[in-house]
Design a binder for this molecule. Structure first.
Ligand code: KIV
Length: 248
């Protein structure tokens, strides 16, 4: 399993970092077998697993269950657990909740936004921390690209520097212009993991159901599909129905 230092080393060695979400035992097993560097148990599970409207709609107790399942399936892989909405809003809560996620099998935790004091406390007392800047869905009121104006871009660059100084070992950059993704990747010493942030980031992350094509609905513009699980699963179900019905 890669630890946070080995992940940072990859940037220094010019090696790209691979990350994908997983929420359950079997998907985690597949990602580990496929050689992924990091698995993210994202709060996107509120949407894609539980069918809830917002990534805010997942609590700590539920998150712990999914982290345990992923850890069971991929015990040799670095697992990043998202800190659910409000679970990191004070240093005290951040420390307590990061510790629980860590005990459940997370190698590190991810926090959205400029939570410098909590990042610093968690990284020095509990476990490594991943930052998340650009579009941060827990607080977003729309899903438009961030960092388009020079002022917004400068703000995200400044946040990235401060997230690094607070002690994060890498930063997810979501839905920002490619040039800004490249600029931040050049300016900060820690790895950047992009999702809709261009191909000059130090690594990439995607939601597994989007990347593997299980989700046949409308996808964000930056998603690239690497398989068509929806088609295969649908065909399998139809063949199963025919097989059962023929036996009557
Ligand atoms: O929850 C999630 O899946 C994420 C990714 C979009 C980076 O945070």
């Amino acid at each position: 399993m890669l630890d946070s230092y080995q992940i940072m080393r990859k940037k220094m060695d010019g090696q790209k970092i691979t990350m994908m979400t997983a929420y359950d035992y079997f998907m985690a097993k597949i990602l580990q077998e496929g050689g992924i560097d990091m698995i993210l148990v994202g709060d996107s599970l509120a949407n894609v697993v539980l069918g809830r409207p917002s990534t805010r709609d997942i609590g700590m107790q539920e998150m712990l269950l999914f982290v345990q399942a992923v850890h069971q399936g991929a015990p040799q892989t670095h697992i990043v657990a998202d800190m659910p909405w409000m679970s990191d809003h004070t240093v005290q809560d951040g420390l307590k909740n990061a510790e629980q996620l860590s005990k459940a099998g997370a190698s590190s935790v991810k926090m959205e936004g400029a939570r410098y004091d909590v990042i610093h406390a968690v990284t020095s007392q509990v476990c490594p921390v991943v930052g998340h800047l650009g579009l941060t869905p827990q607080t977003a009121t729309d899903f438009k690209q961030r960092g388009k104006s020079p002022e917004d871009a400068a703000e995200i660059v400044s946040q990235a520097r401060q997230v690094m100084q607070a002690g994060a070992f890498c930063i997810v950059l979501e839905h920002i212009p490619s040039d800004l993704g490249r600029q931040i990747s050049e300016e900060v010493a820690i790895p950047t993991i992009g999702i809709g942030a261009g191909d000059q980031c130090d690594g990439q992350v995607l939601v597994c159901y989007d990347a593997l094509g299980l989700n046949s609905g409308k996808l964000p513009p930056f998603v690239k599909k690497f398989a068509n699980l929806h088609q295969h699963a649908l065909q399998g179900v139809q063949e199963y129905c025919k097989w059962v019905q023929k036996a009557q």
